[in-house]
Design a protein around this ligand. Structure first.
Ligand SMILES: [Zn+2]
Length: 272
């Protein structure tokens, strides 16, 4: 924004931090009106810094900034939501940081995306309130759609013909589902089950809260995770660090869950 005042207020979620010199840090912030931007917090790593706890990654804070020659400078920060329920759980923390990384990677500097800001906060609030980790799939679906990469799930992504209710190829490079007739034109891809397709279609319009109400069995969740990871990776053109970490982490967790006695999941999503 070229017309910003010399000093301005905004709320924002801290996406990441990198340290500078002995006591300063640069924070990447995602805000509803300013979009994504970097700003510097001077002396924030000193023990007595009054902004120290309010600029941690994942924190939603009210911020005051002064325009700087290169980078803007934080002059005040006050936490709106610290999302402690997310920080106290490694799985939730990993997923939340992954969502922040996707926002960072999918957005351009200083481009306002208020709906994406809302989506990020709804997701963080959901995770904080113990929503199932499957809300990550809803986040992926919606960030793809909001940033211009919506998966084609109603018709064939190649010929726009109808998709019968059957297991169907999903091809990230084509942009979504591919009908039997076009399958030869898609070099790679995954076969998605009818149930997975229904969940994805539901997730296109569902809120994070509605998606959190689905009870997805493990195999279905893995199917969705792989299909969406393909689409995300294609857009980013390389795997995100958190994405790789998430994959590495989820494998032993799945094994641990399987080994746990009395681990039962209902099989049918209730509302689709
Ligand atoms: Zn087709």
């Amino acid at each position: 924004m070229s017309a910003r005042a010399r000093s301005y207020n905004t709320e924002g979620v801290i996406l990441r931090r990198r340290n500078l010199g002995e006591a300063d840090s640069i924070f990447t912030v995602f805000s509803p009106r300013e979009g994504k931007f970097d700003a510097i917090a001077k002396g924030v790593r000193k023990p007595r810094s009054h902004m120290r706890g309010h600029l941690e990654p994942l924190t939603r804070s009210q911020l005051q900034l002064a325009q700087g020659r290169n980078l803007d400078v934080f002059t005040q920060a006050e936490t709106i939501a610290a999302y402690r329920g997310v920080r106290d759980d490694l799985d939730r923390l990993t997923l939340a940081l992954y969502c922040c990384e996707l926002v960072d990677r999918f957005t351009a500097e200083r481009a306002a995306q208020p709906r994406l800001y809302e989506l990020l906060n709804e997701t963080l609030e959901g995770l904080d309130a113990q929503a199932p980790l499957t809300v990550g799939r809803s986040f992926e679906l919606q960030i793809l759609a909001q940033c211009g990469f919506e998966l084609q799930l109603s018709n064939c992504a190649i010929c726009a013909g109808p998709i019968p209710e059957q297991d169907t190829l999903i091809h990230a490079a084509a942009g979504g589902l591919v009908c039997d007739g076009c399958r030869g034109k898609a070099e790679t891809g995954r076969i998605l089950s009818v149930r997975a397709i229904k969940v994805l279609r539901f997730g296109r319009t569902a809120t994070i809260g509605q998606f959190a109400g689905l009870r997805l069995e493990e195999s279905l969740e893995s199917e969705l995770q792989r299909a969406l990871a393909d689409a995300i990776r294609l857009v980013l053109d390389r795997e995100t660090n958190s994405g790789r970490y998430l994959d590495a982490l989820s494998q032993p967790l799945r094994e641990a869950k399987r080994a746990a006695p009395g681990h039962v999941q209902s099989s049918t999503p209730p509302s689709i």
